[in-house]
Design a binder for this molecule. Sequence first.
Ligand code: BG6
Ligand code: MG
Length: 221
Amino acid sequence: MYTIKGCLFDMDGVIVDTAKHHFTAWKALAEELSIPFTSKDNEALKGLGRLDSLEKILQLGNLELNSNTKLKLMENKNSLYLELVRSMSEEDILPGVCGLIEELKVKGIGVCLGSSSRNASIILKNIGLFNLFDGVVDGNHLTFSKPDPEVFIKGAKILELSPSNCVVFEDAVAGVEAAKSGGFFALGVGDHKELDNADAVVSDLSKMNFSKLLEIVNRND
Ligand code: BG6
Ligand code: MG
């Protein structure tokens, strides 16, 4: 019987749908550099940190740039992204998320954010969820981006829990890989085929609750 003592949530794509805003902002940058960039290319950036994402886009255009130019491009991309997410509110929280987190808290389960985004705190505050988390680990606290497990290992440390007692909720292949290599139960949220490296996959969290979660992790035991 698997004991769940903590849950670590990725933010982009699990708590809120920000992928469309990342896409708009990266697309503007790619256009400026005359690099073709499609929504499929954007899928491959899910879960990656900002610099890793930029490097992937530059690879698409076979472009090599110096660090100062890359910094400037990332600053511009982020300013546009921040403009786009500024209007986000609690209405943008994905279905089932609030109910699940509230139930976990009532049951005494530790709840932590594990996101590659440096904008996580701003977004959590905009959607009114910041205070619900026992800990927030985001891109500002990381040396290594997903698929490295650092983000979730740091989260488990904040919760003072072993990874083997924690479930990670992830929508990205890189995030699932991070959870698996850190020794967590990786629950994929999204497409079964895309996230086939996860321990289990649900299409979304709309019907998720604690007893269902226990059933899922123990089915895989
Ligand atoms: C991840 C997103 O959560 O954060 C990526 O899935 C994004 O698409 C990354 O690039 C970094 O985000 P930010 O907000 O720090 O630019
Ligand atoms: Mg994500």
